[in-house]
Every structure is written in C-alpha cells, then in structure tokens.
Design a protein around this ligand. Structure first.
Ligand code: AMP
Length: 119
C-alpha cells in the first residue's frame, strides 16, 4: 500500500492541523487520541512515511526503528504509567480495523483495562 501524504497523521506531523502533544523528539510525535477509549489514551507516531507496522518493520532505517520504540517507552514514562501499567496496540491493516494509514501505537491506561480483545 502506497503512503497517503494527506492522511490525518501526516497533516499533524506537518503542522497543518493541531494535536494535543504529550511527547516529541527527532524520531516520533505523541499526542492524545481525539476519541479516547480509556482515561489515558495517547498515540505515538514515527516521523517518517510508514503506513503500518508491516511497512515500518520492513523498511525503516535502524536509527528510526530504535528511536521510535524508545519514544513509545518514553511517552509512557512521561505519562507516569510505569507503575500502574499500560497496553500498547498497533492496529495493522483490515483485520485489525486500522483507520489511519500512518503507523501509530496506542497507549491505553488510567484504569484496569478489560480483556485484550472484544469478541
Ligand atoms: P486506528 O483504528 O488504530 O487506525 O486508530 C486511529 C485513531 O486515531 C483512533 O483512535 C482515532 O480516534 C484517532 N484519531 C483520528 N484523528 C485524530 C486526530 N486528529 N487527533 C488525534 N487522534 C485522532
């Protein structure tokens, strides 16, 4: 799947539309989800044109792979979630109902989360 430069997260990265930022470094941007599914619901996206985890894991340079995953952990630390814990979700493709075609990790917490999957 080709990267769509007009997807909503590409617009956020370009600064075309605002976000509620929680963390940023040279590799990644993290911001609060506009439609939170838990008391804490942030998204972390890499600074690069990657559609999904499939694309990113196959094609991103080592420095960005490392930097992005460190940024996911750093975002969770910044949110104060180390002790209470959190769930990471990266929906990829149709079966997972990925809506936005730019890789993003959801960080969910702030209460005891339910079962991992709704059936
Ligand atoms: P997914 O289904 O994994 O692709 O999730 C996409 C997520 O992006 C959803 O949880 C949306 O609520 C969220 N989202 C969509 N547009 C925005 C936006 N402008 N700012 C923050 N989050 C957004």
């Amino acid at each position: 799947m080709a990267y769509d430069q007009n997807n909503i997260f590409a617009m956020i990265l370009r600064g075309d539309i605002p976000c509620d930022k929680v963390y940023e470094d040279e590799f990644a941007l993290a911001f609060n989800d506009i439609n939170p599914q838990a008391p804490i619901h942030a998204l972390v996206i890499p600074k690069g044109e990657y559609v999904s985890m499939a694309d990113f894991s196959a094609n991103a340079p080592e420095e960005l792979l490392n930097g992005f995953f460190r940024a996911v952990g750093q975002t969770a630390r910044n949110l104060g979630l180390e002790k209470e814990g959190y769930r990471l979700i990266a929906n990829t493709g149709e079966n997972a109902h990925q809506e936005v075609p730019h890789l993003h990790f959801h960080i969910l917490s702030g209460k005891k989360l339910g079962p991992m999957l709704s059936r």
